[in-house]
Ligand binder design. Sequence first.
Ligand SMILES: CC(C)(COP(=O)(O)OP(=O)(O)OC[C@H]1O[C@@H](n2cnc3c(N)ncnc32)[C@H](O)[C@@H]1OP(=O)(O)O)[C@@H](O)C(=O)NCCC(=O)NCCS
Length: 566
Amino acid sequence: MSILIDRTKRVCVQGITGREGQARTSLMLDYGTNVVAGVTPGRGGGEVLGIPVFHTVSDAIKSVGAIDVSVLFVPAKMVREAAIEAIDAGVKLVVLVADRVPVWDAMAIAERAAEKGAEFLGPNTLGVLSPGRAVAGMLGGRAESARQWFKPPLPTGVGIVSRSGGMSSSTGYYLGQEGVRISTIVHVGGDAVLGIRIPEAALRFEADAQTEAIVVFGEIGSSQEEELAELIRSKRVTKPVIAYIGGKAAKEGTRFSHAGAIIEGGRGTHAGKVLALREAGATVVEAFGDLASATVEVLKRLGGKSLMTQAEREAVWTTAVTRIAPNNVAVRGHNIADLMGNTSFGAAVYLILTGALPDERVGRLMDAILVASIDHGATPPSCLAARTVASTGASLGASVAAGIMSINRHHGGAIEDCARQLAALIARASSERITIDAAANATMMEFKARGERFSGFGHRIHTKDPRTPRLFELAALAGINGAHIAAARALEAAFAATGKPLPINVDGAIGAILADVGLDPALFNGIFMIARTPGLVAHVVEEQTREKPMRRIDPVKHAYDGPINA
Ligand SMILES: CC(C)(COP(=O)(O)OP(=O)(O)OC[C@H]1O[C@@H](n2cnc3c(N)ncnc32)[C@H](O)[C@@H]1OP(=O)(O)O)[C@@H](O)C(=O)NCCC(=O)NCCS
């Protein structure tokens, strides 16, 4: 868990076509944020980085479905209108990045958010980042740096809440250097009127199972730190709080960097905040440089669950596939003992390749795809290669590897090629504003004229591949019936209309289905290798136990002698 943002949250970017909107969307996508739509009035219909752009937030919701979080890279003067538009459309969290938003506008947004049960972060915020999951806004800078600096909670971490943008990242960075894991970093913004503030963020962290302690970068002005102290005193916040308060040297009446950081009438002073928090039981450090070490001390007393191991801290490179710790194996964050017995092999393959578990129906579809490709008798090049090498007395590993090495563009590779060719067909229909049938027909004629084959159609043995209709049936049951499957069907109809039907074969079906599931075609050859390996092992073992070494293997003249219709 994390607070406010994670990989499942569907994110919209308002102002996506602007300078910062485009640049930050690219970084959010790099970090794994699920950006599903962009909005700029007057610019609907286009795309930014493959994300569809709409005129309004409600248009976006109508087209792409629900939106959980909207991030506004909209200049200050337009923030009120854009935020209220998102809230009225049903978005429950809006992140207001712009600085210099008029106070009256922030108050109007607060009023509408309260009416509609929505929340907002900012204005003047860098946003929120949940390490290893997602970022909404501009926290953390480049995705690669954010990955290196902020380590996700395994199993727990600290929640960071800060009133300073720059110090949000710095606090996360210095904690990371001391081996502290982080559940979420929230920059509440520096303005006088804010949405989510330190007390609200602390309550969220209190409720979050993966947050073990709360680290606060506070500053003079406002009553946020005093309210947090009150929450600690009243036991509504029971997790340890470690805080630093900036602005010790500021005199009454001076504004210290942020609009909200001002001491008026003796309220919001550094000394008052430090005292309130200390009396409530929080750890307050005098120097920012002591915040990380004080946090480590607190976490050690709690048992060290939120601290990295020594080996993790000494690592010079990282992998996000599987975590091995003493007595614990976690694949893409999922405990292997929990996966065993609960997750099908197909779903586990999907998990390890994509980083997320599929829903149950897609998991079953993955199983069916793996089963469909498990073997295709003795004639495919991979089987002949594996058997030939096995007949030399080579090891099982070398023989199976020889089979795998023969899986390339023309054997197994049709799955990936077909998916890419179908994507080109879909793009053609869209750019030429013609139907998919018309695009399929034109493409087929061009392929024929060039004497080229469209991958994934026709079969050297089957006129009706028994695996194809079954896979499409299972895909439909799993709710997978998207543009690639439609394009494959259109092409099949175009071939049939010529009087020389060329049906979709198993590779074509798998390519279309996996593309509609949303997997990257670069994985498709690998999925075929995973599926075919058991078949190759069976052939190699049979070759070495039944046949003489160095026999001449006839690729065609062989017969099946196993059970019939078992
Ligand atoms: C918000 C901010 C980042 C925008 O800057 P920018 O990207 O350079 O501004 P641009 O003018 O290029 O883009 C704004 C886009 O919003 C769009 N926009 C305006 N009103 C809109 C609305 N109601 N809905 C959606 N988009 C809207 C504009 O049309 C524009 O897109 P376009 O260029 O395609 O026309 C900038 O004004 C700002 O406040 N920067 C400081 C932020 C900061 O540092 N905050 C944290 C401090 S710690």
